[in-house]
Design a protein around this ligand. Structure first.
Ligand SMILES: Nc1nc2c(c(=O)[nH]1)N[C@H]1C(S)=C(S)[C@@H](COP(=O)(O)O)O[C@H]1N2
Ligand SMILES: [Mo]
Length: 262
């Protein structure tokens, strides 16, 4: 696909520039680039193009390819944070997430608080899809969850809502300037896409901790970093200005494209 070619080329360019950072840091391939650098600006404008091209060529509702059971050849490779060490997470985990709730907040008419059983009681969707990480690996797996569109229908986004932000429970960075929890965002077109689900099942079993228990989102037309794991809240917003470094996600704040279309 056009979008994949562009992303792949950028990935290779960044890998060549970053040298050994690729092997060391995995998802950090753009990290070696200066914040105000020309290449960063080029990547950003190419990203705007990728976004428009995907919307134009693929349309808003085109489906990502789905596969058969026979195509599942290995377990979903756990990546990024795989065992959150946050105390609040560990205490929820020790009670099998019985006390966990998904908060739906922000620009909605009806804020929601949903337990796992409530999400599991909603109509579900199961899909076998390919996960592509920007690091260059892929896995085919079967994901089960509640369509995000159904949750949004219950919460009723206000007209000014433009993006869905996923707030996570895992601390991904502990630095001198404090600790940072993973977060990410998508637009309402991807949020309402039929394959965008809040997944609680993987390959016919409950979602394992390493892959994001109790809940992670699947956004099948985008790269892996656009699919936050360990979700605790969904916030509807009209801008990212007030969160993180203002670019809509943990990796986006560190130079990745906001639109990770493939
Ligand atoms: N909360 C959280 N979500 C995350 C990450 C993370 O570190 N923390 N890593 C991202 C990246 S880079 C990828 S490739 C996928 C990995 O999902 P998996 O562990 O199920 O393969 O999760 C994404 N979502
Ligand atoms: Mo990734």
């Amino acid at each position: 696909m056009a979008g994949f070619t562009i992303n792949r080329r950028k990935f290779l360019t960044a890998a060549a520039l970053g040298g050994s950072s690729l092997a060391l840091a995995g998802c950090d391939v753009l990290d070696g680039l200066p914040r105000d650098g020309g290449l960063r600006d080029v990547l950003e404008s190419a990203n705007g193009l990728t976004y428009r091209i995907q919307r134009l060529i693929a349309g808003s509702d085109s489906l990502a390819q789905e596969f058969s059971e026979a195509d599942i050849r290995q377990p979903q490779k756990p990546n990024g944070v795989i065992t959150p060490s946050d105390e609040d997470y560990k205490s929820l985990q020790s009670a099998s997430f019985a006390d966990w709730r998904l908060e739906v907040t922000g620009l909605v008419e009806r804020p929601l608080s949903l337990g796992l059983a409530e999400l599991q009681a909603m109509p579900s969707r199961t899909q076998i899809t390919r996960h592509d990480c920007v690091e260059g690996w892929s896995c085919i797996a079967k994901w089960t969850g509640a369509p995000l569109a159904l949750v949004l229908d219950q919460a009723m986004p206000k007209p000014q809502a433009r993006y869905v932000v996923f707030h996570c429970m895992d601390t991904i960075e502990r630095g001198l300037s404090g600790s940072v929890k993973y977060y990410g965002s998508i637009d309402l077109i991807d949020a309402r896409h039929p394959q965008t689900i809040l997944a609680y099942g993987l390959n016919g079993a409950p979602l394992p901790v390493s892959n994001g228990a109790p809940l992670r989102v699947r956004v099948e037309r985008q790269l892996g970093y656009k699919m936050p794991k360990f979700i605790r809240a969904i916030e509807l917003v009209d801008s990212f200005a007030t969160m993180g470094l203002g670019r809509g996600g943990y990796w986006e704040d560190r130079g990745y494209d906001w639109f990770g279309g493939i």
